[in-house]
Structure formats: structure tokens, C-alpha cells
Design a protein around this ligand. Structure first.
Ligand SMILES: Nc1ncnc2c1ncn2[C@@H]1O[C@H](COP(=O)(O)OP(=O)(O)O)[C@@H](O)[C@H]1O
Ligand SMILES: [Mg+2]
Length: 365
């Protein structure tokens, strides 16, 4: 039976054996308990943002928090007049019985049609959840917000934050609300650029790929392999994926199902794993690689050229000013090495990009 899972976010209960506990989980929980700044989780697609949000939700539920998970990708392309009521309906449904005495004035999501009424609505929600220590609204897939809505929405959140630090009598209601944002868009820019409404009111948490020890913990879920062999497998998986959360699960899942790996000697194991990578990931149709290559296909020649250069240049040629570096980092295609050079994120990406760029018509690379 395969325990490894790659189809979407992991459930903290159902998948607890195959969830790697990341250091960022404790850091974010401590932040929520002690700080008022909103939290921002940034990582490329399929790096575990949603899984982490679910874990945060499950931890906080046990400690007197009201937590609501909101996925903006389900509300994308909505006009403001539809977006605000839908968002507030989700908030209200998510809080359920935590809202007490919903009368005079009562909370009516359908009446929330713009940023001003959103501010009032959230303030009232905070007042009507007396039993709750803090309200935590987790906003996932931030990139799903339409351009028209981005600025007014974040400005509302800024006013909310500022009122929590203000001197009015009702500041406790504003202070009680914490937002956590997650996405693969340039949140750095959003929270640092001079004109951004989120400037200085957020703390950024970037998710790192799994360490070698974390990969080993995950590999210990492999059935019917001896502990020594599990260690060899974990090393090999780490060499290929360098801790990429999705790819690590994918490769371990393939190994778990492979008779050849099960019957292999310690010496031939890495060759068998290599074959699995070739057949199912590099030359199969892997969801993550498809996503990465589609991005490059549609981003234009200069992106392919930038990747080509990083793939083939000597480390000293790789400066911080490399073209498109920031976007390629956000997409999770490249990363910074310990000495700050730009490198491809892992061995699987190196090989797939090599094949992809090799097959591009001349001039595109
Ligand atoms: N903490 C974790 N431990 C183990 N595997 C994980 C973890 N987080 C993510 N993964 C793997 O990555 C995949 C994508 O996770 P997800 O949370 O949907 O990422 P994101 O929201 O960043 O796109 C999961 O299906 C799983 O294979
Ligand atoms: Mg997600």
C-alpha cells in the first residue's frame, strides 16, 4: 500500500505519518501568539504552503483561536460587488458557532459590497466572537485576487491593522484579528515596496525545502525495506530532489511501488532509482515538471536564456543582477546556494531543463 501522497495539500490528521514538520510551523505559531504583524508565507507551487496552513489551523483550533481558511483561487475573477459578500460568507460559515448573539446589528455578508463595509464587518465579527482569543484568517492563493481588488483589499487590511495599534476604545477588536497570507507571487515586493498597503505590517516566512534528515524521516514510511536500505534510499532521493516537497513524495512513492527497488542489492539501488526518475518523472508526464516547463514555454526566450546560463555557467558568473532571477526564484526553478550563487533548485530540474532547452529551436536558448 502506498502511503506517499502528491495530489494536493496534506491533511494534518489523515496524512500525519507522511507530513514533515517544518521549522516554520513553530515559528509561525509563536509569531501568532506573540506578535500583531500579519504573517506572509512565501514558497513556489507544490512546496507545502497549503499543508502548512492546515497544520497551523489544526494547532490553533485546540487553543481557543477562531481560524478560517480562505482560498482566493475559488473567488478569482469576481467583481468587487460579488467578491466581498462571498468572502464574508466564507468567513461567517467558517466561524460557525463561534459567532454568538448575531443580532442588533447582525452580520450580513450580503451587505458587504466594498472595502468600507468590509472593515466594519470584520470589526463586528471580532466583537461577536467573545469566547475567542484571536481570530486568524488564512488567505491562500493570494495571486488569485484580481488587479482591481488588490489595492483596496490590502488597504482595508492596513486600516484594520493601524486601528489595532491606535488609541480608540474599540482597538481590542482590531487587535484581535490576524491575517496569514500565502502564495507564490512576489510577496516580498508587496510587503516592502514603498507604495504597498502591506508595507511594514507583515512578517515574511519563506519555506525551505526539506533537509536530508527530514527526507530520512519521510523515507522511514517505506514498507518492507531494512533500516540500512532506507538510509541509502533517503540519501539517493535527497540527491535527486534536494528536499523539494512534492518531488520527494513522488519519488518515494515510486520507490515504494517498485519491485526492482525492493529486490535490488545496496549497490544496484541507486541505478534502479535512476531508472524510475527517467521513466516516470523526466520522460513521464509529471505534474510539477509540466507546470515548470509550461511557465518557461510561455514566458519568452529571455527566460529560457537566463535558465540556460545558470545551468551552464561557472558559479562566479552568476551575479545577483542575473536577468529574471527574482521571478525564477519565486517559481522555484532556481535558488541561491550557501555562497549566494544562483543554481538550479535540484538535480531533477537540472536534467529536465537540460532536455527541454536542448530541444528548443535555435535562437530560443
Ligand atoms: N510538510 C510536508 N511534508 C511532506 N510532504 C509535503 C509537505 N508539504 C507538502 N508536501 C508535498 O507537497 C505536495 C504539495 O503540497 P501543497 O501544500 O499543496 O503545496 P502548495 O500549497 O505550496 O502548492 C503535497 O501533495 C505533498 O506531496
Ligand atoms: Mg496551495
Amino acid at each position: 500500500m502506498t502511503v506517499f501522497e502528491t495530489s494536493g495539500a496534506l491533511n494534518p490528521e489523515e496524512h500525519r505519518n507522511i507530513i514533515v514538520n517544518r521549522v516554520e510551523l513553530d515559528e509561525i505559531i509563536t509569531h501568532i501568539e506573540n506578535q500583531d504583524q500579519y504573517a506572509v508565507i512565501q514558497a513556489p507551487t507544490q512546496s507545502g504552503k497549503t499543508t502548512l496552513l492546515y497544520q497551523i489551523q489544526s494547532r490553533l483550533h485546540q487553543h481557543g483561536y477562531g481560524v478560517v481558511y480562505l482560498d482566493l483561487s475559488s473567488l478569482d475573477d469576481l467583481e468587487p460587488a460579488q467578491f466581498y459578500p462571498m468572502l464574508c460568507t466564507e468567513i461567517q460559515d467558517g466561524l460557525g458557532e463561534l459567532i454568538v448573539d448575531n443580532t442588533d446589528p447582525n452580520l450580513d455578508p450580503d451587505k458587504v459590497t466594498n472595502q468600507i463595509s468590509l472593515l466594519k464587518y470584520l470589526r463586528l465579527v471580532a466583537e461577536k466572537t467573545q469566547q475567542v482569543r484571536k481570530l486568524v484568517f488564512m488567505i491562500d492563493e493570494l495571486g488569485g485576487l484580481s488587479e482591481e481588488l488588490t489595492s483596496p483589499f490590502f488597504s482595508t487590511l492596513r486600516s484594520f491593522f493601524t486601528r489595532g495599534r491606535g488609541i480608540s476604545n474599540d482597538r481590542e477588536f482590531y487587535k484581535k484579528v490576524m491575517f496569514i497570507f500565502a502564495g507564490n507571487l512576489d510577496l516580498d515586493k508587496l510587503i516592502q515596496s514603498k507604495n504597498s498597503p502591506l508595507r511594514n505590517i507583515c512578517e515574511l516566512f519563506k519555506l525551505n525545502d526539506f533537509s536530508q534528515e527530514q527526507v530520512l524521516t519521510l523515507a522511514q514510511n517505506l514498507q518492507e525495506f531494512t533500516p540500512e536500505i532506507v538510509e541509502v534510499i533517503a540519501d539517493c532521493v535527497h540527491q535527486w530532489c534536494e528536499g523539494h516537497p512534492y518531488l520527494t513524495q513522488r519519488l518515494l512513492g515510486l520507490i515504494d511501488k517498485s519491485h526492482e527497488c525492493r529486490n535490488a542489492s545496496q549497490d544496484s539501488l541507486s541505478g534502479e532509482i535512476h531508472k524510475l526518475v527517467d521513466k516516470h518523472i523526466l520522460y513521464g508526464s509529471d505534474a510539477n515538471l509540466t507546470h515548470v516547463l509550461n511557465y518557461l514555454r510561455t514566458s519568452g526566450d529571455s527566460y529560457c536564456q537566463a535558465v540556460y546560463k545558470i545551468l551552464h555557467s561557472q558559479p562566479e558568473e552568476q551575479s545577483e543582477k542575473a536577468p529574471h532571477a527574482q521571478e525564477l526564484i519565486l517559481m522555484g526553478i532556481i535558488k541561491r546556494s550557501s555562497n549566494q550563487c544562483l543554481i538550479i533548485r535540484n538535480q531533477i530540474y537540472k536534467e529536465t531543463l537540460e532536455i527541454f532547452l536542448h530541444n528548443l529551436p535555435r535562437g530560443r536558448k
